[in-house]
Design a protein around this ligand. Structure first.
Ligand SMILES: CC(C)(COP(=O)(O)OP(=O)(O)OC[C@H]1O[C@@H](n2cnc3c(N)ncnc32)[C@H](O)[C@@H]1OP(=O)(O)O)[C@@H](O)C(=O)NCCC(=O)NCCS
Length: 153
C-alpha cells in the first residue's frame, strides 16, 4: 500500500486515540495525546498516512539528553505486516542520529509476539526485565522486557 511517513502533529490526536484503542487494552484519549505533545518538549513522533489521508500507524517518543524511549507504537490492524512499523522505527532512528541520541529504549510484554518480531528484525537487544509489570485481562501478569538499540553517536 502507498503511505508516507511525516511528523506526528496535534491534528492527528483524535485518529491516534482511535487507533490506540484498537491496538491496546489501556487506551489513551485524544486529550492524553494532546497533553503529551503540549507539556513535554522532549516528546515527538511520526505518523504513517495512506494516500487517502487515513492514519495507518504512529510512533511517539520521549528524548532526554542521550536516551530516547518509545512511549507508544501502533499500526492499524488492516495495515499490519506491510513494513509500516519497521519504517516508523527506521525514520525515528534517523532523526535520533541527527539529534545526537546515544540509545533508543523501549519496553514490551514478553507475550507480544508481533512486537518482539519487529524489534528483533531491527536488532534491538534485551538489557533487563521487569517482573510482572503488566496486568493482563485475565488477571495474569506479564514481564516487561527492556530492549535497546545503540545509536553509536
Ligand atoms: C507490533 C506492530 C507495531 C508491528 O507493526 P507492523 O507494521 O505489522 O510490523 P512490520 O510489518 O513492520 O513487521 C516488522 C517485522 O516483524 C515481523 N512481523 C510483524 N508482525 C508479524 C506477525 N504477525 N507474524 C509474523 N511476523 C511478523 C515482520 O515479518 C517483519 O519482519 P521482517 O522485516 O524481518 O520481514 C503491530 O503489530 C501493532 O500495532 N501491534 C499492536 C500494538 C503493539 O503491540 N505495539 C508495540 C508495543 S511495544
Amino acid at each position: 500500500m502507498d503511505y508516507k511517513i511525516v511528523p506526528f502533529n496535534f491534528e492527528v490526536c483524535e485518529q491516534a486515540a482511535t487507533l490506540h484503542a484498537s491496538a491496546f487494552d489501556c487506551a489513551w484519549s485524544k486529550n492524553e495525546f494532546e497533553v503529551l505533545l503540549t507539556v513535554n518538549p522532549g516528546v515527538f513522533g511520526f505518523k504513517a498516512v495512506s494516500s487517502e489521508e487515513q492514519l495507518c500507524g504512529f510512533i511517539l517518543l520521549q528524548y532526554i539528553i542521550d536516551d530516547a524511549e518509545i512511549l507508544t507504537l501502533g499500526v492499524s490492524k488492516n495495515c499490519r505486516q506491510q513494513g509500516i512499523g519497521k519504517e516508523l522505527i527506521k525514520t525515528t532512528i534517523k532523526k535520533l542520529f541527527i539529534k545526537g541520541a546515544k540509545r533508543l529504549l523501549l519496553e514490551v510484554s514478553e507475550y507480544n509476539k508481533e512486537a518482539l518480531l519487529l524489534y528483533k528484525s531491527l536488532n534491538f537487544k534485551a538489557y533487563g526485565r521487569r517482573k510482572n509489570y503488566y496486568l493482563l485481562n485475565d488477571k495474569k501478569q506479564a514481564d516487561a522486557l527492556l530492549l535497546e538499540i545503540k545509536l553509536n553517536n
